[in-house]
Every structure is written in structure tokens, then in C-alpha cells.
Ligand binder design. Structure first.
Ligand code: ADP
Ligand code: NA
Length: 328
């Protein structure tokens, strides 16, 4: 009996992943390896939907792969690859674009957010069709589950709609994937604005895996909280403190109740300082392993080449079936 399959991707559009990426998505990637057949990719095709510097993109693609290995993606058990190394992604993307309504694509809220306040000719068509390529990424593997953060739910719905539409028109080809969203950490908030999600587009309140942990500790210390003093978990009234508790709990493995009990009678300052230390301890070995992978480019190339080869064992057959069914 085959294990359920998961597929997920992450863009190489920053020098480092941030804590929202890690707790919202990447940590689940690692855990799912134990129970699922996993395909994980660095989605460099998606990264050129906004203007890129080729040298920087190449470096970030490698750094992304190195971070995934460093947090515990095991290339013996999972297929870890770079999206552009597997040409079937773009090929299926085109077929699915031709099945997507223009209005349907226009309803994607992430596109609306990303394109707001920009002149139309500065926004690429690729940014518009991005969720369709993402659908291709997923459907190519006939994935059962897609571990993502809450912000990706709408794209997953589109993916399911496209799978269903293709199956209805051309015969059953694709599996309808389910999102795999871990509620507790589905949304990590910005440390400076705990009503907004932590995101690389707002660097001030973002903690990065590869930054100097001293800098991260300082960000935790200056995290925005409320004017109260009691440490309780109350996302509606105390968004900042609650966010810190969620992060603390996820990194330490201790329950929020346990933390709240432990900090009874102590102040926000204690919590923030301790969280800085917890994060530092968590991230130090990761940073060391990232350096190791980046210092051995040949080994990293080998891992990624093997991952792409394993991916293509799946994708070439699926694309062949698709081509045949649409009339190529
Ligand atoms: P960003 O929002 O910083 O641009 P990406 O869009 O590259 O990050 O997100 C990569 C993955 O990380 C996605 O699965 C997304 O759902 C998840 N993610 C991003 N930000 C957060 C967050 N603040 N909390 C939880 N998950 C997040
Ligand atoms: Na995003």
C-alpha cells in the first residue's frame, strides 16, 4: 500500500526563509516525511514573476535548498528538487492556463494584493497566472495533501477546480488534493504589527533563519505588545503576546498553557528575552548546517539532480497522459 503523497514548494525570493515560512509550512514538510511520500521543490519559475537578478536568483535557489536540508528535509526519503529542472511543470501549466477563466484567475486575492498600487504594465502576466502554475506543480504529482499556510487556501481551491474540470472534460487524470494546514501555526504574525502576517514584504517585524541570532533576539525584545502586563493567550485582545506564545510553544515543544502557568507573575520583558534565547538555540545548528551545504556545491548539485530525476519518474508519465487526452 503506497503512502499518501505530499507536494509543496517554496520560492527562492529572499536570502533567508522567515519564521512564518518555517512554522507555517516548512516544519510540516519535515514531519510529513515520516508518514508520507514527499516531493518538495524550490519554485524558481514562480520567482521570476517579479523582476529578478539572475545571479541573485541562482544563489537564492541554492540557499533555499540548503536551508531545506538544514531544517531536516532528508533527500534519502524525500525528493528535493528545483522546479525549473523538471520541465513538465511549465508544460502542464500551459494546458491548465487554457482551462482557466480570465475572471476566475482575476479573483485570486493574493494577486490583487500583490498587484495593488502598481501600474498595469509593471505587473507581469506571469504574476497573474502564478496560481495556475502552482496548480500544475501539485497536480503533476497527483498529490493527496499540500502542506501550506492559511494564505494559500484559495489557490488550493483553484487547483481542485482545475483538476475537476480537466477530469470532467478529458477523463479522470488528476487527484483532487487537500490542503494540509496546521491550525496552531497556520499564521504567524509580524512582530511589529501583530495584526498582519509575518512576511518578507514587511522586513521590520520578520525574523529570518539566516540572520544573526543576536539581531533576532533584539527583534523579539522589541516586539509590539499591549499596555497590559499579564501573559495570557488571547489572540483577539492580546495579539502580540499571543503570537509570541505561539512561536515560543512551537519552538520549545511546550504547550501554551504550560508557558502561561510558568510566566504567571512575570512580565512581557521576561517572555521576550527567553524567547530570544529559545530561538537562538533552535537556529544555531541550522545555520551551521546551511554553511556546510553551501561550502560543498558538488554535493548540493548531486542531491538536487537526484531529486529532479525522481520527480521526472512521476511527471513524465502524467504529462504524457495529459497530452494524449487533450489531443496532442
Ligand atoms: P511570504 O508571505 O513571506 O512572501 P511565501 O509566500 O513565500 O512567504 O510563503 C511560503 C510558505 O510559507 C507558504 O506555504 C505560506 O503559506 C507560508 N507562510 C508565509 N508567511 C507565513 C506566515 N506569516 N505564517 C504562516 N505561514 C506563512
Ligand atoms: Na506570500
Amino acid at each position: 500500500q503506497r503512502r499518501p503523497r505530499v507536494l509543496s514548494g517554496i520560492q527562492p525570493t529572499a536570502d533567508s526563509f522567515h519564521l512564518g515560512n518555517y512554522l507555517g509550512a516548512l516544519r510540516q514538510w519535515v514531519a510529513l516525511q515520516d508518514t508520507h511520500e514527499a516531493f518538495y521543490c524550490v519554485v524558481d519559475l514562480h520567482a521570476i514573476t517579479v523582476e529578478q537578478d539572475p545571479k541573485v536568483l541562482r544563489a537564492r535557489t541554492r540557499a533555499s535548498a540548503a536551508q531545506l536540508l538544514a531544517i531536516g528535509i532528508d533527500p534519502e526519503r524525500s525528493s528535493l528538487f528545483v522546479q525549473s529542472h523538471v520541465p513538465e511543470h511549465a508544460q502542464l501549466g500551459w494546458v491548465l492556463e487554457c482551462l482557466t477563466g480570465f475572471g476566475e484567475a482575476g479573483r485570486m486575492t493574493q494577486f490583487k494584493d500583490k498587484s495593488a498600487r502598481q501600474a498595469a504594465d509593471r505587473i507581469s502576466v506571469g504574476l497573474f497566472t502564478y496560481p495556475i502554475l502552482q496548480a500544475a506543480d501539485i497536480l503533476l504529482y497527483r498529490a493527496d495533501f499540500v502542506p501550506v499556510g492559511e494564505d494559500q487556501r484559495q489557490h488550493l481551491e483553484l487547483t481542485r477546480d482545475l483538476a475537476q474540470r480537466f477530469n470532467t472534460r478529458f477523463g479522470k487524470t488528476f487527484k483532487l488534493p487537500e490542503p494540509y494546514i496546521v491550525k496552531d501555526t497556520a499564521k504567524i504574525y509580524d512582530l511589529q504589527d501583530p495584526t498582519a502576517k509575518m512576511s518578507k514584504s514587511v522586513p521590520a517585524g520578520m525574523v529570518e533563519l539566516l540572520e544573526d541570532p543576536k539581531r533576532s533576539a533584539k527583534k523579539f525584545r522589541s516586539a509590539v505588545t499591549d499596555t497590559g502586563r499579564e501573559i495570557v493567550y488571547d489572540p483577539a485582545e492580546k495579539a502580540g503576546v499571543s503570537n509570541l506564545l505561539v512561536i515560543y510553544s512551537a519552538l520549545s515543544g511546550r504547550s501554551i498553557d504550560d508557558l502561561v502557568a510558568d510566566y504567571d507573575g512575570k512580565g512581557y520583558g521576561d517572555l521576550k528575552k527567553d524567547l530570544g534565547e529559545v530561538f537562538t538555540e533552535f537556529v544555531a545548528p541550522i545555520q551551521q548546517r546551511v554553511r556546510g551545504y553551501l561550502d560543498d556545491p558538488a554535493e548540493l548539485d548531486k542531491v538536487l539532480a537526484r531529486g529532479a530525476e525522481r520527480a521526472r519518474e512521476v511527471t513524465s508519465g502524467v504529462l504524457r497522459a495529459v497530452h494524449e487526452r487533450v489531443g496532442f
